[in-house]
Design a protein around this ligand. Structure first.
Ligand code: SF4
Length: 345
């Protein structure tokens, strides 16, 4: 463990128990460290020079905010008020795990940036801290679905989850935290091992599938070339066999690409009775998109066919389209530092 100081980042990125342990090793009085930790995690104390929130864009109750990091790069996060399935209101915070992303999904605004860099745990947690204490949002749920592929920066994401679930601080139950992946199989397996620990068994996994078959997915999501659909399905089944909760299968519906009449049945056959729920997300055209958004009739018809094929289906309400805060729309077109796509052998 790194040497403990009472600096903001050190305290923000640790659970209370880790903070106590590190304080003991650094001969810092425990009550001093404890009080400093609580000031940040419970009472919203800010860092001496708060990271500037450079943009806040609202559409209805959806808020997209951009925060500037010490090196000038930015994170983007979205606060989404929603109603849960039981009708109870909830407020979901969508977190970024990287600046940009290397995976190059064809429907995604972030992809145009390439990967700039991974975020540190404190930079992930700062997004929660800003949403909670500077924008005064009562965050009930967390999704790692913002900029970046969380499995590419999994150490930092898991460290952030440990802090977010700490009952002395944010206290967000594991059951209300989802990590979404474009299909990094090694990452899914590591996340599964983490989930197998006491306290984390209720964590959620979301997998962005987006295609009924391998050729369409390969065109939309280059990662498919390295991580074929069949291997992805096996990783998802391992998650379920180890007691993981129902998987959320995300399907961005793009007219003329993955919405043909026979695609719902093909997707259902691929899922093969897996314990999952398909979340149909009407495509939000990114800048310079070659595809339009689907119309209401196309979405409804696709969902009806999926249900007829035996799938459990949700429809994601389209929120934030006008502020480019909807799924696959985070990222700044003016930050483009492309790095080659890294596909493991
Ligand atoms: S959809 Fe996700 S994994 Fe794909 S490029 Fe965008 S941020 Fe990366």
């Amino acid at each position: 463990m790194a040497t403990m100081t009472l600096q903001f980042d050190d305290l923000l990125a640790r659970t209370r128990a880790h903070c106590r342990e590190a304080a003991r090793e650094a001969s810092i009085p425990q009550d001093r460290a404890d009080a400093a930790w609580l000031d940040i995690h419970r009472h919203g104390q800010q860092r001496p020079e708060p990271r500037p929130i450079t943009r806040t864009v609202r559409e209805g109750e959806t808020i997209k905010f951009t925060m500037q990091l010490a090196d000038g790069h930015e994170t983007e996060s979205v606060i989404l008020p929603m109603q849960g399935r039981t009708g109870r209101p909830r407020t979901t915070l969508c977190l970024s795990s990287q600046v940009g992303c290397a995976l190059g999904c064809g429907f995604c605004e972030t992809a145009a940036m390439g990967l700039v860099r991974n975020l540190e745990p404190a930079e992930i947690l700062d997004q929660w801290h800003a949403a909670r204490f500077r924008l005064d949002a009562k965050i009930t749920n967390i999704v790692f679905m913002g900029m970046g592929e969380p499995m590419e920066n999994l150490d930092a994401v898991l460290a952030a989850i440990e802090v977010l679930t700490d009952r002395s601080g944010a206290g967000i139950p594991a059951s209300r935290i989802s990590v979404s992946t474009a299909g990094r199989i090694a990452g899914i397996d590591r996340y599964r091992e983490f989930m197998s620990r006491d306290d984390f068994r209720q964590l959620r996994l979301a997998v962005s599938v987006n295609a009924p078959n391998e050729p369409i997915r390969r065109d939309l999501m280059p990662i498919t070339r390295a991580e074929p659909l069949e291997e992805l399905r096996q990783a998802m089944n391992r998650w379920l066999q180890c007691g993981g909760r129902t998987i959320l299968v995300e399907y961005v519906l793009i007219p003329g690409v993955n919405d043909a009449d026979d695609h719902p049945a093909m997707l259902a056959a691929w899922l093969d009775g897996m314990d999952c729920r398909v979340n149909v997300i009407p495509y939000n055209p990114r800048r310079d998109s070659p595809w339009p958004a689907p119309d209401e009739a196309q979405v409804e018809q696709f969902i009806a066919r999926l249900r007829d094929s035996g799938c459990h289906v949700n429809r994601r309400r389209t929120m934030g389209r006008d502020v480019m805060a909807a799924c696959g729309q985070l990222g700044r077109p003016d930050i483009r530092r492309r790095v080659p796509l890294r596909i493991p052998s």
